[in-house]
Structures are given as C-alpha cells and as structure tokens.
Write a protein that binds this ligand. Structure first.
Ligand SMILES: NC(=O)c1ccc[n+]([C@@H]2O[C@H](COP(=O)([O-])OP(=O)(O)OC[C@H]3O[C@@H](n4cnc5c(N)ncnc54)[C@H](OP(=O)(O)O)[C@@H]3O)[C@@H](O)[C@H]2O)c1
Length: 303
C-alpha cells in the first residue's frame, strides 16, 4: 500500500513510517520544513504550509490511505497564541487535506486521524472508558481541541472514505516525549507524583501505537479506537515504577496541584486529569499488544 502520513517527522510519525516501510508499504509524507524533505524510493516528502493553506498535490499520487498526525505540540504554556496554534494546526490541516481530496482525482479509500484520550472527562473509579462513552467530554481546552479535531475529521466520511480515529494515550518512547520529561527528575532523585497521585494515566508503548495504526491501515478499520495499553496505571505508581526501573527510588511527597498550576498554568490539566481509557475495542478487532504491562515497556525505553 501507499500511505500518506502527516506529522511523519514527529515522535509517533517517525516510528510509524519506519514500521510501515519495514512491512513493505511505501510512504509519502507532508512536512512544513523544506530541510525535512527526503526523496527515497519508499519515503517521499512533500511540502505543505497549513497557515497559508498550501499543499503539494503530488503528495496524494497513488495513495491508498492517509494517516493524519500533524499538530502543534500541546506541551507548552497555553497562552492565547499557543492555543490558537494548537487548534488551528489540527483543524486547518485536516481541512487542507479534505480540500485536496475534493479538488483532485485520487484513489484514497481510507483516512485515519489522530485524537487524544484528553477528550475523556476525569474518571477515578469503575471500569475504564470506552470509545462510545463521549460525550460528555473533558471540560478543558484539550477536550475542546479533541472535539474540534474529531468532528472535522468526519468530513472524510462525507467524501465517501472509510474513516478511523485513534485517541492516543501517553506515548512511551526512548526518543523523548512524556517519558523523558517524567524520568528527568527521577534521575536526579527528585521524582514525585502530582497532586493526589491517583490520576489514571493511560499510557501506550510507541511500538504498540505504531502497531495499532498499521493494524487499522491494513484492515481498513473504521470508527474510533483508544490507542492505549490494556493495563493503565495511576500517577504515583507510574513514577515509582520509573524509579524502580532506573534504580533511583521515588521517595519525595507528591507535588501539590496548586504548584503544578503555578508552574504550568492552564496546561497543568494535561497532568492533573484522570484519563482512564479502555483498550478492549482495538483488541477485539484483532490487535495483540507487545506491551500490556508498564514495567517491561519502561525497561525497553528507559536508560
Ligand atoms: N506523544 C503523545 O504522548 C501524544 C498523546 C496524545 C496525542 N498525541 C497526538 O498525536 C500526534 C502526534 O504526536 P507526536 O508526539 O508525534 O507529536 P510531535 O512529535 O510534536 O510531532 C508532530 C508533528 O506535527 C507537525 N507540526 C508541528 N506543529 C505544526 C503546525 N503548527 N502545523 C502543522 N504541522 C505541525 C511537525 O511536522 P513537521 O515539522 O515535519 O512539519 C511534527 O513533526 C499529535 O497530533 C499529538 O497531539 C500525542
């Protein structure tokens, strides 16, 4: 298959591109940076500029599936300007892809768009949340972004394409992202949980997340799937397990919520909310996880 990936230069996209190509697929990708363009037989870059709403139409040649991951990082202070970029980069980029499909002869049959478990409202007890349990959605900016992102993605379906959404959890990888940020203080013996430490953190190993996108692509699945591991953990045990794997015990008391809010502002919502998401739908569709439990994943990705 030939797959067009947006965000292919990022944490998730670069792994996904590698996994798809290793399985014999060809990848086209869109990037906003000229220096990130490669021209290889199975890996061809194209330029787009989401702000200017321009896109190289060649990106769609021979493509069967679009995987849309691109978006401004949410891990920054949520100033008004940052919020505008976070929202616009997702909504406008999706619109740009839809415009291209509308204006071009193409063979695309399937679109898979990213979203995040940030769409779920806090859940502290009871069973993990399934894909059909929203609305209600999280009452914060991330919830708003996910709703806007998912609803504009529905236009792929209106164009007659099959459409799937992956609500991505906290991605664990050896190459940066959330795990690097969580491990940094632990390495300095300054690791701690946040607030009550009881927030659910629905994580996913990068190898599994790439595997989930590949599984959805190859099986042309439709609908919404949580991209999370089968065994989520709460915040304090997560930090303590990082400490165990690094052999640097986590002994400090948790950082109070008000301190997190002072340090991070409104963005503290990303670390203080309790997102408890179920992996059963993607498993029922035939996906087998490599990393169901946290510790083996941490042993693979931490050094
Ligand atoms: N990592 C996680 O824990 C996590 C959790 C939940 C959801 N997600 C979502 O999954 C997607 C991929 O995550 P990731 O961790 O791989 O992200 P990432 O490493 O930050 O990469 C995102 C990519 O999007 C492109 N991009 C960044 N800002 C952009 C902008 N303003 N306009 C257009 N394109 C822009 C960049 O590509 P170029 O520089 O090549 O243009 C970048 O490589 C994101 O949408 C993210 O919100 C991630």
């Amino acid at each position: 298959m030939k797959i067009l990936i947006t965000g292919a230069t990022g944490l998730v996209g670069s792994k996904l591109s590698e996994v798809l190509r290793a399985a014999g697929h060809k990848v086209n990708y869109l990037t906003s940076r000229e220096e990130a363009i490669k021209s290889e037989p199975d890996n061809q870059g194209y330029l787009w500029d989401v702000k200017a709403m321009t896109i190289d139409p060649g990106c769609i040649d021979g493509v069967d599936t679009i995987i849309h991951l691109a978006g401004e990082s949410v891990f920054q202070r949520w100033t008004d300007e940052a919020k505008e970029k976070i929202m616009a980069s997702r909504v406008n980029s999706t619109q740009l892809l839809i415009n291209l499909l509308n204006d071009t002869n193409h063979n695309v049959q399937h679109a898979i768009t990213a979203s995040a478990i940030g769409i779920y409202p806090d859940k502290w007890e009871g069973p993990p949340m399934k894909e059909n349990e929203v609305p209600p959605t999280a009452d914060n900016f991330l919830g708003e972004v996910c709703v806007a992102w998912e609803s504009i993605g529905m236009q792929f379906k209106e164009l007659g394409l099959k459409h799937a959404i992956v609500r991505i959890g906290i991605v664990l990888s050896a190459k940066g992202g959330a795990l690097e940020q969580m491990a940094k203080p632990v390495k300095l013996y300054a690791g701690a949980g946040f607030a009550s430490g009881k927030m659910w953190q629905s994580w996913v190993a990068i190898d599994d997340l790439a595997g989930i996108f590949k599984h959805i692509t190859e099986n042309q699945l439709q609908g919404t799937y949580n991209g999370v591991a089968p065994v989520p953990v709460r915040n304090r045990p997560l930090m303590e397990t990082i400490g165990k794997v690094l052999d640097k015990p986590v002994f400090l008391p948790n950082v109070p919520a008000f301190m997190m809010k002072l340090m991070l502002g409104e963005m503290a919502a990303t670390v203080l909310s309790s997102q408890y998401a179920s992996s059963s739908k993607i498993q029922d569709s035939g996906y087998s996880f490599k990393f169901s439990e946290l510790k083996p994943a941490l042993e693979k990705y931490l050094d």
